[in-house]
Design a protein around this ligand. Structure first.
Ligand code: ATP
Ligand code: MG
Length: 435
């Protein structure tokens, strides 16, 4: 027996002689022994003493041993304490009855030292082993809980890793593309003015030439007619103008891309939130335009007057991106539902509202009139890896990442309101200044 704690034994007997003999045997063997002299006293004391083992005499005045045993077994605080009956050698019936009532063993009277010690030791050993096992189980449960917690933490770390990976690779790609396009577009955009000027000069020369020599040499006349000189003169300037507009547009896109990635900004910076939303929309433009498989998505802006907001601009743009992408997905999914003809007739909309809550906090609300989110899905949308999209179409990380960015990185809140069949709204609230 490897239990270092001293086992306690309660003797319940009315016979002084028995008590003395038992006490001596047990006490000398190193047990902690207590005594009560009746069933009533036993019932009163056992719950508080909580002995490891009870030696219970059968024949006692008042409540006898059997009744005492039944009542101890009926009480949830005492039912697990092993009871050994003490009965005369000849009373076979009593032995059986005692065992039936839940006693673990019996000792025969008159008492023999070896028998008492042998039986007591066997049962204490059993109960000690049982207690050790219970302890071990509880330790294992604790270890398991700890493991579970570690696993949860690990998952969170994984989410964060994937988040930073996803963000930095997207940011890097966008920044890379912006950088690569920037130089060539500058060649075009910067030179277009010269092309314009030179062309005008050449046209002026032709003009003057025509005035001085109104009669064409036949060879020139043939060429002028073949190339439709009149049309060229007319069209050339329009052509150059549209090239200039196109180049300007590319320049703006490049600016947006650089704005979106904001790779250089690992620090909090005061930025124009609307600019962030606009550059994100610009990047998503291709998904908003109408296509053979879906209608164009109308973006309604209801922008309030906002101060510059201190934030990680690149991360915040990532949040706008995730929420807008989800909204577009929800609208497209809606579009594919045959029963939503009615909604289809209405336009597909994303509505972006911004306003100042008070001098400390702003709200950005992004709503769509898409599918909406079913009740049973709603409380899981922010869970990492939760997705209702087809395999390969969603990682289920968009909102988990967004939630982390808003709540942990910016001390804000991100909530979702949705009515299935009508649409969803995601509401971001962030402090104007980070303290
Ligand atoms: N605007 C919305 N309308 C309807 N359902 C939405 C909307 N936004 C999110 N959801 C639901 O929440 C789920 C989780 O969104 P989340 O952005 O986290 O992951 P995902 O879009 O499935 O995958 P990804 O990691 O590619 O973003 C979605 O699969 C979808 O079921
Ligand atoms: Mg998503």
């Amino acid at each position: 027996m490897s239990n270092s704690k001293t086992n306690s034994i309660l003797i319940v007997d009315d016979n002084n002689n028995n008590i003395r003999v038992l006490f001596e045997i047990l006490h000398n063997s190193g047990f902690q022994v207590s005594v009560v002299k009746s069933g009533e006293m036993a019932l009163e004391k056992v719950p508080s003493i909580q002995p490891d083992l009870i030696l219970l005499d059968v024949m006692m005045p008042g409540i006898d041993g059997f009744e005492t045993c039944s009542r101890l077994k009926a009480n949830k605080n005492t039912k697990d304490i092993p009871i050994i009956f003490m009965t005369a050698l000849t009373e076979l019936e009593n032995k059986i009855k005692g065992l039936q009532l839940g006693a673990v063993d019996y000792i025969t009277k008159p008492i023999h030292v070896e028998e008492v010690l042998a039986r007591v030791n066997v049962h204490l050993s059993l109960i000690n082993t049982q207690n050790n096992l219970l302890e071990e189980i509880s330790e294992r449960r604790q270890a398991e809980a700890k493991l579970q917690q570690t696993l949860t933490e690990l998952k969170q770390t994984q989410t964060q890793l994937i988040q930073s990976e996803k963000m930095s690779s997207l940011g890097q790609m966008v920044a890379g593309i912006a950088h690569e396009i920037n130089n060539p577009i500058n060649f075009i955009y910067g030179n277009i003015n010269y092309v314009n000027e030179y062309t005008n000069n050449l046209l002026t020369i032709i003009n003057i030439y025509q005035r001085i020599y109104p009669e064409y040499h036949p060879e020139l006349a043939a060429i002028a007619e073949a190339i439709d000189l009149e049309f060229i003169v007319d069209d050339l300037q329009r052509l150059l103008l549209s090239m200039k507009i196109g180049a300007e547009r590319i320049s703006n896109i490049v600016l947006s891309l650089r704005n979106f990635s904001r790779m250089d900004e690992a620090e909090f910076k005061a930025v124009d939130i609307h600019q962030g939303i606009e550059s994100t929309l610009m990047i998503l433009q291709y998904r908003l335009n109408d296509k053979p498989e879906h209608l164009a998505i109308e973006v309604i802006r209801d922008y309030g007057k906002l101060p510059l907001v201190e934030c990680y601009a690149g991360q915040l743009n990532q949040v706008f991106m995730n929420i807008l992408l989800n909204a577009i997905d929800a609208l497209e999914a809606n579009n594919n539902q045959p029963e939503s003809q009615q909604i289809k007739a209405n336009s597909q909309q994303i509505k972006i509202r911004t306003f100042l809550d008070n001098s400390q906090q702003i709200t950005i609300a992004i709503a769509d009139n898409g599918l909406g989110i079913p009740e049973e899905v709603k409380n899981r949308i922010f869970d990492p890896f939760f997705t209702t999209k087809a395999v390969g179409q969603g990682t289920g990380l968009g909102l988990a990442i967004s939630y982390q960015i808003i709540t942990q990185k910016h001390g804000g809140t991100l909530e979702c309101n949705s009515t299935p069949g009508e649409g969803s709204e995601f509401i971001i609230k962030i402090p104007v200044q980070q303290s």
